[in-house]
Structure formats: structure tokens, C-alpha cells
Ligand binder design. Structure first.
Ligand SMILES: Nc1ncnc2c1ncn2[C@@H]1O[C@H](COP(=O)(O)OP(=O)(O)O)[C@@H](O)[C@H]1O
Ligand code: SF4
Ligand SMILES: [Mg+2]
Length: 323
């Protein structure tokens, strides 16, 4: 449904221009969840804001590539994008519902506002639809909760309200940017299973953004791994977890604590992710990669494939079974 091809997002002008997101491509399919993972600063949120047409102009803009929804290019035409973004198009839920919800307006009124703008209904019809949406996201006593203020709800409930507002637009594609990061683990699981259920019930495709590989393994059908503004590996979730090709993917997996592994040092990837424009030649992961060789600092890695759906950008991909 949503196809992003060779997306480039840039900031700055003239000689100070830098590419924050480079050559990013992915597809979101109906009833499928694509997990977009990577460290903080890798460009995940900027990618999603570009898809939504919400980049902070004039600082950041789409410099290249295409974003297509159902075959129609939504990169170039803001008025069309406005419609698509609002109705039957792409909806987004953000990380921290407390900053996205208006603290002085009851949640019912905030959902009604979304229903009124995107569905065109008013009065009792809009109110009933708001209640229906709260029921869809499993808020108990939905009718009573319509009058609650955000601070009267728990973090998990607030995130459900954000999901209800996103659903008011009857989206084909839902983008969720770290929607469970601020929640504790049990509530996180409930919100994840709700997103999975809604994806099936409403025939939606989901782009799920997170830095947490554990969450991706629970929810996603396929994964794209992002580093320094580029996608370095993508593939079906099981394949990518069992046979990672890129040293960065393997490094991220080693960082996930394993309670069954007995007493061992907690692993990290040494160094820090590059800032946009910091590395312009070769592989952006080279300064932190223990497999790096001289060519990695001079030549851009070509694509290597492992079957039709699994690929990575690396000069020396990890051999099967190695770590
Ligand atoms: N408005 C902006 N202007 C310039 N650079 C930005 C802006 N917003 C974010 N960035 C930079 O873009 C990079 C990617 O940011 P972001 O997409 O938020 O990362 P992630 O969501 O993966 O943590 C970061 O290096 C960040 O500093
Ligand atoms: S191209 Fe080289 S530096 Fe980059 S990930 Fe592969 S082996 Fe490491
Ligand atoms: Mg982010």
C-alpha cells in the first residue's frame, strides 16, 4: 500500500547541506507490520515525518525519492497529501501521549474533533463514534471515560486514546513511532497486542518504529534496520534474527539482555552513531565495526542478498551461524 523509494531528506542549504536520511526504501503491506529499528539519531522519526508530510520546513525537506500510497505519489502534492493524511490514508501515533494530548480538554472532545474533521459527522453521531473508537481500543466504561481528562488516565490508557484518534481517520497505514517506549513492560505487551489485532481487523499496514529488538520480534512480520540515516539490512523477521548479515544488526542483537545466558558481561556496540554528514565515504558503520577492513572506509558497500527478501549493505557480511 505504501511504497517509499530512495527517500532522501536533507537539512541546511548550499555548502552546509547534509543528508539526514539517504536512499531509504521500504514497502508497507496490508495486514503486515514492518519494524523500523535503529539507535537514537539513526533517522527513524525523520523518515516517518517525511511520509506524513510533517517535516519541519524549511529546516528539513525531501530532496529525492518517492513516497507512494496506493500507487499515487504523495511526495510532491501537499494538498492531496493533506487529504490522504487525514482520511483513508496514513495516520500516526507518537511516543509520549501526554505531550500529544491536550491536557485541558476531555479525551472525548479530542476524539470527537478528529471524527468531525475526518469523518464529517457532528453532534451525537460524532460522540457515538468517539465512544465506539474507545471501545475498539479496549478502554473499559468507554461512555464514562469520554469526559475524563488525560491526567486522569494511566500511561497505557492515554496511548490507547492516541490510537483511537489515529483510527478516527480510518487509515490504511498506521505509523507508530516508539509508541510503547514510555510504558512499563506489562502495559507495553497489551498495547503491542492491541496494535496487532487492529492491524488484522482493519486491514491496515503498520510501520512500527522502535529501538527495541525485543518488541520487533514480538510484533513485526519484517524488519528494516537503520543506521546513520540509511537502511543497512532488511528481511523477514525470523530470517533476519536467525541469520543476520550486517555486523550492526548482529551487534544490536547482542545488546539485548538474555536472562537464560547465565553470568556474562552486558554487551554494547563501542563508540557512537555518526552525526548527519559526519561520514561521507565508505560504510558509515566502519569506525565501530570489528569486521571492518580498509575498503570499508573508502568504498560504499554493495547490496548482498540471502534469498529474495533478505538483504544488507556490507562488504563482509557475517557468515551463516557466525556472530
Ligand atoms: N529539525 C531538525 N533539523 C536538523 N536536524 C535534525 C532535526 N531533527 C532531527 N535532526 C537530526 O536528524 C537525525 C535523525 O533524527 P531522528 O529521526 O529523530 O532519529 P531517531 O528517531 O532515529 O532517534 C539526528 O541526528 C537529529 O539530530
Ligand atoms: S561494510 Fe565493512 S565496516 Fe561496514 S558493516 Fe560491513 S564489514 Fe563492517
Ligand atoms: Mg525518534
Amino acid at each position: 500500500m505504501l511504497t517509499v523509494r530512495n527517500l532522501v531528506v536533507s537539512g541546511g542549504k548550499g555548502a552546509s547541506r547534509v543528508d539526514i536520511v539517504s536512499d531509504v526504501s521500504f514497502e508497507i503491506e496490508r495486514r503486515k507490520v514492518l519494524g523500523l529499528v535503529g539507535e537514537s539519531g539513526s533517522g527513524k522519526s525523520i523518515t516517518s515525518l517525511a511520509v506524513m508530510g510533517l517535516l519541519p520546513h524549511p529546516q528539513l525537506w525531501v530532496r529525492g525519492g518517492s513516497i507512494e500510497l496506493d500507487g499515487a505519489d504523495i511526495t510532491e502534492e501537499p494538498p492531496y497529501l493533506r487529504v490522504e493524511r487525514g482520511h483513508g490514508g496514513v495516520s500516526m501515533i507518537f511516543q509520549e501521549p501526554m505531550t500529544s494530548l491536550n491536557p485541558v480538554v476531555p479525551i472525548g472532545d479530542q476524539i470527537v474533533e478528529a471524527v468531525r474533521v475526518h469523518d464529517g459527522s457532528t453532534g451525537i453521531t460524532a460522540r457515538n463514534r468517539a465512544q465506539e473508537l474507545l471501545e475498539m481500543v479496549r478502554i473499559p466504561d468507554a461512555r464514562l471515560q469520554l469526559t475524563a481528562y488525560p491526567h486522569e488516565l494511566s500511561g497505557g490508557m492515554r496511548q490507547r486514546v492516541m490510537i483511537a484518534i489515529a483510527l478516527a481517520c480510518r487509515p490504511q497505514v498506521l505509523i507508530a513511532d516508539e509508541p510503547t517506549t514510555a510504558l512499563d513492560v506489562t502495559v507495553q505487551m497489551q498495547v503491542l497486542s492491541l496494535i496487532r489485532e487492529l492491524c488484522d481487523t482493519f486491514d491496515m499496514g503498520v510501520l512500527f518504529i522502535t529501538h527495541d529488538l525485543g518488541v520487533v520480534s514480538e510484533l513485526a512480520d519484517s524488519v528494516s534496520v537503520m543506521y546513520g540515516g540509511k537502511i543497512v539490512e532488511n528481511g523477514p523477521v525470523e530470517r533476519l534474527f536467525n541469520v543476520p548479515l550486517h555486523p550492526y544488526t548482529s551487534g544490536l542483537m547482542n545488546c539485548v539482555p538474555d536472562p537464560s545466558a547465565g553470568h556474562r558481561r552486558f554487551q554494547t556496540i563501542p563508540g557512537q552513531a555518526p552525526k548527519p554528514g559526519e561520514i561521507t565515504k565508505g560504510c558509515r558503520f566502519a569506525p565501530r565495526c570489528r569486521h571492518a577492513q580498509a575498503v570499508c572506509t573508502t568504498d560504499t558497500p554493495a547490496k548482498v542478498v540471502d534469498g529474495p527478501l533478505h538483504s544488507a549493505q556490507c562488504h563482509f557480511p557475517i557468515a551463516r551461524g557466525a556472530s
